[in-house]
Design a binder for this molecule. Structure first.
Ligand SMILES: [Zn+2]
Length: 165
């Protein structure tokens, strides 16, 4: 998972070595949550089950042997290439103690960061609405805040004036 540009200064200079040590020396090139191997193309189901080619069995979202899917579940099967990344369990990129780092595949990493991503999205949404309220709208689209002020519109009235008239 690429590191966000604004968070890069928080990572140590030897982050690549730390990440490689966690993913390949400690975890043996596997996800420490579900057991998927790095860079392998695995068949997986929406409920997290994946087929372990080496062991010839289906594994669950926690890496343990799981029941084989029925034909109905196999309809939703898809293949994906596993890419391991090192995750910070407390979401603090400056905390690089070994017990705070975990080798996770992209599925487990997204699930681990789900609340953080939802919170960030909600804050961005509320920030755009707050700017619209402060400056009498219109509400800028995502990314428009950084690209500059909006062009003049035909009507300068904000949402409150429109509703009151
Ligand atoms: Zn995983």
């Amino acid at each position: 998972m690429p590191i966000r540009r604004d968070l890069r200064p928080l990572y140590p200079p030897d982050w690549r070595a730390i990440s490689a040590r966690v993913r390949f020396e400690r975890a043996g090139g596997r996800c420490e949550a579900c057991g998927r191997p790095h860079l392998a193309v695995v068949r997986c189901l929406p409920d997290g089950r994946w087929f372990d080619e080496a062991a010839k069995l289906w594994r669950g979202a926690r890496g343990r042997a799981a029941r084989w899917p029925d034909l109905e579940a196999l309809i939703f099967q898809r293949s994906t290439r596993v890419v391991l990344a090192t995750a910070h369990l407390d979401h603090d990129p400056a905390n690089n103690r070994a017990r705070n780092l975990r080798s996770l595949c992209q599925r487990c990493h997204l699930r681990h960061d789900r609340l953080y991503h939802l919170t960030t999205r909600r804050l961005g949404y509320r920030r755009r609405w707050a700017l619209g309220d402060l400056f009498a709208g219109p509400y800028p689209a995502r990314g428009a805040i950084l690209s500059g002020p909006p062009r003049a519109q035909g009507c300068a009235a904000g949402p409150h004036e429109v509703m009151g008239s």
